[in-house]
Design a protein around this ligand. Structure first.
Ligand code: GDP
Ligand code: GDP
Length: 453
């Protein structure tokens, strides 16, 4: 949902109407004072209370419903950085990046009377890489003499500058026509499927997937056809566990493998990938009584790569003895370090032992997966971290972190704006500390860099 994407919906109470979630989303980005608020107010046709810019406090985004010639869309005013803060340019660029990830189109606003500043250039770099449509707004063109200023902005390589005056309304009609033209149709935004959370049950043949599904589902299973009407294969099953319904995706694959236990590896991994695509969280079953196999590692790597939440289930616990248990601990340390953050449950699909621990683990993993760290908190954390553990000096240089932002959730993905490349060890250190501080149990965490030359 939009809320999960970080739009602050509850506060402005905007999404009572279910349809709103399907409206295309337009993010308005640009540095302070170019006229973003004035533009937004002009488009929505009312004067909103001015939001105070308290230094050090980030004003979070505000979403408005807008309409132009019968087309409805959501306008997200992405205000909110510390006005005089150092690294402001990086902040604006970070914000453009975040907006870009979450919106269907971006309105990038510049002050035509000033032209493109360094901060604007940073945003341009971010926007050039996107496949999302961008509308370049040359604001403050109050009369025809300003048209030449606007035309200068062709050089940014973002297409035709839309010369407007947000203050006076000049050029608004044409600009909005062009905006509507680049927007996806209302309702074409892919709605997050509501309802049951989606689980992929994964693991090598014979690890106990269908046994576990049977154990969890008992008689309470509902098979969901792949596409209503054109069913070839029943693919998903709704299973109620302790009062909550979960959707197990691609269970046809699980059931089939009972008969094709030695099925071809290549198809097995295609199936795993397809299930991961549909799922939000993966339960990877491992055989507690057997050493980890290469196939287990491969499946785990696929989960990490897919960015899904993860719960590890050591199955066949009824076959464990003390000797084996000793080895298992060692194996976990050696073979599972890449997923050391995943909650683990020790179960027996045969006896039903501890299968009730699975649901709390799933909730925990999904919670980590959807966690969003507010930008102000993240930067306070980074400042402390960098002060106590600065990046080592390399070749006389010491890269600095200027600013960070969490670009997305599902999985949590951070973007750090830096003055140089951070070495791998330092990035792992940052990830580790992020986990300690904000608790991302059960989810991969990504840390990306934007290095300023
Ligand atoms: P924001 O920080 O980007 O949201 O910018 P604001 O909307 O607060 O506008 C900054 C200043 O520019 C205000 O004084 C506005 O009145 C002024 N401004 C905004 N749009 C225009 C315009 O089209 N023409 C002129 N002359 N001034 C404008
Ligand atoms: P799948 O190929 O992953 O779906 O695995 P199955 O559910 O078909 O299980 C493969 C074999 O392992 C079957 O003979 C099961 O009875 C057995 N099995 C599954 N779970 C357990 C368990 O927890 N303990 C024991 N002892 N055997 C199990």
């Amino acid at each position: 949902t939009l809320a999960a994407l970080g739009f602050d919906l509850d506060d402005d109470g905007f999404f009572d109407d279910e349809d709103d979630e399907l409206l295309p989303v337009v993010a308005v980005v640009g540095r302070p004072n170019v006229g973003k608020s004035t533009l937004v107010n002009r488009i929505i046709g009312r004067r909103e209370a001015v939001v105070e810019d308290v230094p050090g406090v980030t004003r979070d985004r505000v979403t408005y419903k807008a309409e132009w010639s019968g087309h409805r869309f959501l306008l997200v005013d992405t205000g909110g950085w510390e006005r005089e803060a150092k690294g402001m340019a990086a902040q604006v660029a970070a914000q453009a990046e975040r907006a870009m990830n979450e919106a269907d189109a971006v309105m990038f606003v510049l002050d035509a009377t000033v032209g493109a500043t360094d901060a604007d250039e940073d945003v341009v770099k971010v926007l050039r890489g996107t496949k999302k449509p961008v509308l370049l707004i040359a604001n403050k063109v109050d009369d025809s003499r300003g048209e030449a200023d606007a035309a200068m902005l062709w050089s940014l390589g973002l297409g035709e500058p839309q010369a407007v005056s947000s203050l006076q309304g000049r050029g608004m009609g044409d600009m909005l026509d062009n905006l509507i033209a680049i927007l996806p149709d209302e309702g074409s935004r892919v709605a997050e499927p509501r309802g049951p959370r989606r689980i992929a049950l994964l693991g090598k043949p014979n690890v106990g997937k269908s046994s576990l599904l049977n154990q969890l589902a008992g008689e309470q299973r509902v098979v969901v056809d792949s596409v209503a009407g054109t069913t070839v294969d029943p693919v998903d099953e709704l299973v109620e566990i302790a009062g909550t319904t979960w959707r197990f995706v691609d269970t046809a694959g699980i059931r089939k493998r009972v008969h094709e236990a030695s099925g071809h590896e290549y198809y097995a991994s295609l199936r795993t990938k397809a299930a991961l695509d549909k799922a939000e969280v993966a339960v990877v079953l491992l055989e507690a009584d057997q050493p980890m196999a290469e196939q287990d590692t491969r499946i785990l790597s696929m989960v990490v790569e897919s960015g899904r939440a993860l719960v590890l289930a050591f199955n066949k616990w009824d076959l464990m003895d003390d000797e084996r248990r000793k080895y298992l601990e060692r194996e976990i340390e050696r073979d599972l370090h890449q997923v050391s953050w995943a909650p683990r449950v020790n179960i027996s699909a045969r006896t039903g032992r501890h299968t009730d621990k699975l649901v709390p683990a799933l909730h925990k993993a999904l919670e980590g997966w959807e966690t969003r760290v507010p930008t102000s908190r993240l930067n306070a954390f980074l400042a402390t971290l960098v002060q106590s553990h600065p990046h080592p000096v390399r070749g006389g240089k010491q890269p600095r972190i200027l600013f960070g932002t969490q670009a997305t959730t599902k999985p949590p993905t951070f973007v750090l704006f830096t003055t140089g490349f951070l070495e791998a060890g330092y990035r792992r250190f940052i990830e580790r500390r992020l986990r300690e501080e904000f608790g991302f149990d059960g989810t991969p965490v990504r840390v990306n860099l934007r290095v300023r030359e």
